[in-house]
Ligand binder design. Structure first.
Ligand SMILES: Cn1c(O)c(C(=O)NCC(=O)O)c(=O)c2ccccc21
Ligand SMILES: [Mn+2]
Length: 254
């Protein structure tokens, strides 16, 4: 499902975006995973990377969770895991991240409205989270196998944009391994976090995934897109829980 998209400069004409949407629809239907390379092109990809590096040097990233893992000699090491920062893309110092977000929005919103869009047509994508900018310091930090949305919180598609120039997984690790449900035998989807690569996958239990230990600094920007119906249900459930909790609380304090 590797799809090469033509360099950014042609991106403005509609039929390139149209063709990209067709690729997303086809791959999400066949694999539940879709890779688009050269999404923004060299120049704008670098502009996004520079804004992320700028954020990093300014210390905007929250300190990563502490994770312990066995060293190569079996010794227990506690290392700092992924560090994240939430960006809505309208910050004046994040114009290019904002452009990336609007490009990803454009592809998904359009694909969601196209005729014959398969499984993608079963959703009504009407919103998303802010952008989660993530940095794995290269000290062997990793992310354990997980499902992004195991309990119907409303998120239907995970979109990840990678920023790592000349990344060699053999030297630097940091591979994203997806274990798509229903794939035969031990088939997995290994995604290298290459610069200017955009990845889509269903956020639910169809796609358990892990980030393998990274030995160089590894940057990525993640957006999660909501299905209107599932999100509305999740919020209603949350409100009911909160009301119940508030009722309990008042009986204790009164
Ligand atoms: C830092 N980071 C993640 O990297 C992934 C994730 O699945 N990443 C895949 C990847 O970077 O290829 C996550 O899913 C995630 C979820 C909550 C908080 C942080 C998180
Ligand atoms: Mn994840």
């Amino acid at each position: 499902f590797k799809t090469n998209s033509p360099p950014f400069l042609h991106k403005n004409n509609e039929d390139v975006i149209e063709e990209m949407c067709r690729n997303v629809i086809r791959d999400m239907d066949s694999y539940g995973v879709c890779v688009i390379d050269n999404f923004l092109g060299e120049e704008r990809g670098n502009a996004v990377l520079n804004e992320v590096l700028e954020m990093y040097t300014k210390g905007i990233f929250k300190d990563g969770q502490l994770v312990s893992s066995r060293g190569r000699q079996g010794d227990l090491k506690t290392i700092r895991g992924d560090q994240i920062a939430w960006i809505d893309g309208r910050e004046k110092t994040c114009k290019n991240i904002g452009l990336l977000i609007s490009q990803v929005d454009a592809v998904l919103m359009r694909a969601n409205k196209m005729p014959n869009n398969g499984k993608l047509g079963q959703y009504t994508i009407d919103g998303r989270t802010k952008a989660m900018v993530a940095c794995y310091p290269g000290s062997g930090s990793h992310y354990v196998k997980h499902v992004d949305n195991p309990n119907r919180d409303g998120r239907c598609i995970t979109a990840i944009y990678y920023l790592n120039v000349h990344w060699d997984v053999k030297l630097s690790g940091g591979l994203l391994r997806i274990f798509p449900e229903g794939w035969r035998g031990d088939k997995v989807a290994d995604i290298e976090p290459h610069f200017d690569r955009l990845l889509f996958f269903w956020s639910d239990r169809r796609n358990p995934h892990e980030v393998q230990p990274a030995y160089q600094t590894r940057y990525a920007i993640t957006l999660w897109y909501f299905d209107a119906h599932e999100r509305e249900e999740a919020c209603r459930r949350y409100e009911k829980e909160r009301a119940k909790l508030m009722k309990q609380t008042s009986s204790i304090t009164s």
